[in-house]
Ligand binder design. Structure first.
Ligand SMILES: Cc1cc2nc3c(=O)[nH]c(=O)nc-3n(C[C@H](O)[C@H](O)[C@H](O)COP(=O)(O)OP(=O)(O)OC[C@H]3O[C@@H](n4cnc5c(N)ncnc54)[C@H](O)[C@@H]3O)c2cc1C
Length: 507
């Protein structure tokens, strides 16, 4: 049951915005009548992850009090940003690392008074494992690690820095475009604006091919690039180039996360947007006015366990959750074209397991008393089924108080680890929990991409995931969709309105 206060707020909003009765569109008389009653603009957002909540935040920024925003979330706010409780502490279960040049996430951190999580004292050593032996192991001493890397990968270490720097400089152009009120209807448009034909090409070209063209060696591709793509997207270097480059950026130094959990950001975004939260699963979106209507009305139907099916009408609907493979379970009806036609992609399973226990070094060819690297990343499929096995630290990690005897390990694997695999990895374990995510798109070759505009008044911020899936990407897709919605509603660019963003000036 929802608290009474929630319903009274909802009732107030309904009375203020749509009159005492919610719409029953079965008895629609006149679209224009309804439009008058429905001022201000009514916006529904489906999905309360970082995408949907930042969408609500940017919509509020653009529309101000002119908009009544309702956000539907079937589970918990945060979506793929979530924590799990194990060994008496909370650990990041989904999206965990943020790049230092992710300016929106940095801005939210500052604006919401949040703190970066302490990492000093964590074991940052790394081993690349091919299923038989460690191909490379870093040292606790950074100078020694650099020498070892230069020895094995040579000049490619510097080439990687330059390449990622070049990519990030181009990527950063999106902040200027969005501050200037510019929007894009498709992924290709965003890619072109940021990185011209090169970025568009990377949507279609595998990372290994891109890296070879950039002059990287085969050893670099099969080892360093492979661990970046496998750790960040559970895929190999033959995945598509742009997402592959994002995964390489995710392997660079300076990565951070939010103290207390990354999910605090979507929680804050929702609160500050002033959107009304509907804890329900949306079942369908229907276009209920004919083709001739100047702007259509969209009916959203959702299910409430206590009340059954409910519906209301909106001017604008944002689908802030993947709809490929019917992942969100939403039926689209009444549109003049099939909304999800050509949405053929699938999402990659990633099982995140958390284990409080003691590792078994002998499985990795290390003497029983020997030390394994803090993070083990496989560069190819291995019989143990793991992609990564790493020491993990709580979201409120404090080196002074951390109890090292309760070390928790995080394993990413394709499926749930069976008893034999668990015994091979751990001599003993006291607590285990796992979550099977449909984590990110499978970035294989595709000819077409979903657009940000599904139909008049119906937008799809998550289209951006087909370029690359990451928190910052979700925010960029959501701000783009908010600008598109403003332009759609007002028939003009929101230049002056979004120009107030301080993202660039303050960071
Ligand atoms: C294991 C893992 C590790 C990751 N690591 C990183 C990382 O280190 N760094 C990084 O930047 N990114 C990472 N990511 C990716 C990042 O988490 C996602 O790109 C981002 O969180 C997606 O946000 P979103 O809001 O678009 O989607 P989601 O978070 O999936 O939100 C969609 C929401 O919609 C809700 N929903 C769906 N259908 C309906 C419906 N019909 N009605 C109502 N609600 C509905 C869902 O319950 C969900 O809460 C990782 C993801 C995973 C799974």
């Amino acid at each position: 049951m929802l608290p009474i206060s929630y319903w009274s707020v909802l009732a107030l909003i309904f009375c203020t915005y749509v009159g005492p009765l919610s719409y029953s569109l079965q008895t629609l008389e006149s679209v224009e009548n309804l439009r008058e009653q429905r001022s201000p603009v009514k916006i529904a957002i489906v999905g309360g992850g970082i995408g949907g909540t930042s969408n609500a935040f940017f919509l509020r920024d653009l529309f101000g009090e002119e908009a009544a925003i309702t956000l539907f979330e079937k589970n918990t706010i945060g979506g793929r940003l979530a924590t799990v409780s194990i060994a008496g502490a909370q650990y990041e279960m989904g999206g965990s690392i943020i790049h230092p040049r992710n300016l929106y996430m940095k801005q939210f951190l500052q604006d919401f008074g949040l703190k970066e999580r302490e990492t000093k004292g964590t074991d940052g050593t790394l081993g690349i494992y091919n299923g038989e032996e460690f191909l490379f192991q870093s040292s606790r001493y950074s100078l020694l690690t650099l020498i070892k890397m230069l020895w094995r990968y040579g000049f490619d270490i510097f080439r990687l820095n330059w390449t990622i720097d070049k990519v990030l400089n181009k990527f950063a152009r999106i902040y200027d475009f969005q501050d200037g009120g510019q929007s894009f209807t498709d992924i290709e448009g965003i890619m072109k604006a940021m990185g011209g034909e090169e970025f568009i090409g990377w949507l279609h070209k595998p990372l290994d091919v891109v890296l070879r063209e950039e002059g990287f060696s085969e050893r670099f591709i099969q080892e360093l690039a492979a661990i970046a793509t496998r750790a960040n997207y559970g895929q190999n270097p033959d995945m598509m180039g742009f997402a592959g480059m994002v995964s390489l950026a995710g392997a660079m130094p300076g990565l951070w996360s939010i103290e207390g959990g990354n999910k605090l950001v979507p929680q804050q975004l929702l609160q500050r947007s002033g959107a009304t939260l509907m804890q329900s699963q949306v079942q369908s979106v229907e276009r209920v006015t004919g083709k001739s209507a100047e702007k259509p009305i969209l009916r959203v139907t959702w299910n409430e366990p206590a009340k059954g099916d409910q519906s209301d009408v909106f001017d604008i609907v944002m689908i802030a959750s993947p709809i490929e493979d019917n992942l969100s379970g939403i039926a689209f009806t009444g549109f003049d074209h099939p909304i999800t036609a050509n949405f053929t992609g699938d999402y990659r399973h990633t099982v995140a397991s958390f284990i409080e226990g003691r590792q078994r070094p002998s499985t990795f060819g290390i003497s029983p008393k020997g030390q394994l690297p803090g993070s083990i990343i496989t560069n190819a499929e291995v019989p143990l089924n793991i992609r990564t096995l790493a020491k993990n630290y709580p979201v409120d990690y404090n080196p002074e108080t951390f109890n090292a005897s309760r070390q928790v390990y995080k394993v990413f694997s394709t499926g749930v680890l069976n008893d034999t695999q668990m015994d091979a990895l751990f001599e003993s374990y006291s607590e285990v929990t796992h979550h099977d995510w449909l984590a990110y798109p499978y970035y294989h070759e595709r000819k077409t991409f979903p657009g940000f505009v599904l139909s008049e008044g119906l937008f799809y911020p998550n289209a951006i995931e087909w370029a690359a899936s990451a928190m910052e990407m979700a925010v960029i897709g959501s701000r783009n969709s908010a600008i598109l919605a403003y332009q759609y509603w007002h028939g003009e660019s929101p230049k002056g309105k979004v120009g107030t963003s301080r993202t660039r000036q303050e960071l």
